[in-house]
Design a protein around this ligand. Structure first.
Ligand code: NAD
Length: 260
């Protein structure tokens, strides 16, 4: 029997990067996966991969910063499979890279709502479905905002990422009575699409002094950015019963990048 046999997972930001790799990893281990992303077509490829692996997936279009869209994702999942066991609250954006003095309130708000309010919503609307059988919630935070502050201009991002940590710890305490575990993962630099537009406008970047984007030569362990699949292995562990005494924890997955 597979590790996650008969379990149902909801993965947000499943169309790319860490969410995509983790959805596939959970499916490989027997779970059925509800794939949530901003655009349905983003998750079609993930869905196909999962079906090739002999598991099942549904693609749901939705914005995790909109309460009714998050609630609807759980509704569709439960209509399809009757339960939810695992929630990977992972969707996120880098947002505007701008000095605080130039940061527009709307840009601040967008990053906070996409990364932090979305985490609250993803956890909140999961509770009715998880509380009967217990379950595991994993939140993607970051080394950024928790251990390192090297990306100048990312004040909203850093705030959202440390905010997720406080929220996740409160959630771990509140939800322990339902046997719902809540843990945070803190990746270092991982090769995904998140920075696609972040570093594009060179002119704009001149305004934010970025002392080190990556440590020279990458992180100490492998001298390069990590792979989404490496993060997926940690997500699998935290999703499964193998981590059944771990809740309210933060786990750094960065090859010691944050210690430099
Ligand atoms: P990515 O851009 O490759 O994937 C993120 C996915 O989330 C995209 O498919 C995007 O469409 C989706 N998404 C974004 N906002 C959404 C919203 N409001 N509603 C629904 N879907 C939304 O990025 P990634 O690097 O895989 O990022 C995943 C998480 O990992 C983020 O929370 C990010 O902050 C975190 N993280 C990434 C790194 C890194 O170096 N890549 C490091 C630390 C933490």
């Amino acid at each position: 029997e597979k590790l996650l046999q008969n379990q149902v997972a909801v993965v947000t930001g499943a169309g790319s990067g860490i969410g995509k790799a983790s959805a596939i990893k959970l499916a490989e281990n027997g779970a059925k996966i509800a794939l949530l992303d901003l655009h349905k077509e983003n998750v079609e490829e993930t869905k196909e991969k999962i079906e090739q692996l002999g598991s099942e997936a549904i693609a749901i279009e939705g914005n995790v910063s909109h309460p009714e869209e998050v609630a609807n994702a759980y509704k569709q999942t439960v209509e399809k499979w009757g339960r939810v066991d695992i929630v990977f609250a992972n969707a996120g954006i880098n947002g505007e890279v701008t000095p605080i003095e130039d940061m527009e309130p709307d840009d601040w708000e967008l990053t906070i709502s996409n990364n932090l309010t979305s985490t609250f919503l993803t956890v909140k609307y999961a509770i009715p479905h998880l509380k009967t059988n217990g379950g595991s919630i994993i939140i993607t935070s970051s080394i950024n905002g928790n251990r390192v502050y090297k990306n100048f201009g990312m004040s909203a991002y850093s705030t959202s990422k440390i905010g997720q940590m406080g929220f996740g710890k409160m959630a771990a305490l509140e939800l322990a009575k339902y046997h719902i575990r809540v843990n945070m993962i803190c990746p270092g630099s991982i090769e995904t699409n998140i920075g696609e537009n972040t570093w594009a406008d060179k002119e704009k970047l001149k305004k934010v002094e970025i002392p080190v984007k990556y440590p020279e030569g990458g992180q100490p362990l492998e001298h390069k950015a990590g792979k989404p699949e490496q993060v997926a292995d940690l997500v699998l562990f935290l999703a499964s019963n193998q981590s059944n005494h771990i809740t309210g924890s933060e786990i750094y997955i960065d090859g010691a990048e944050s210690l430099l």
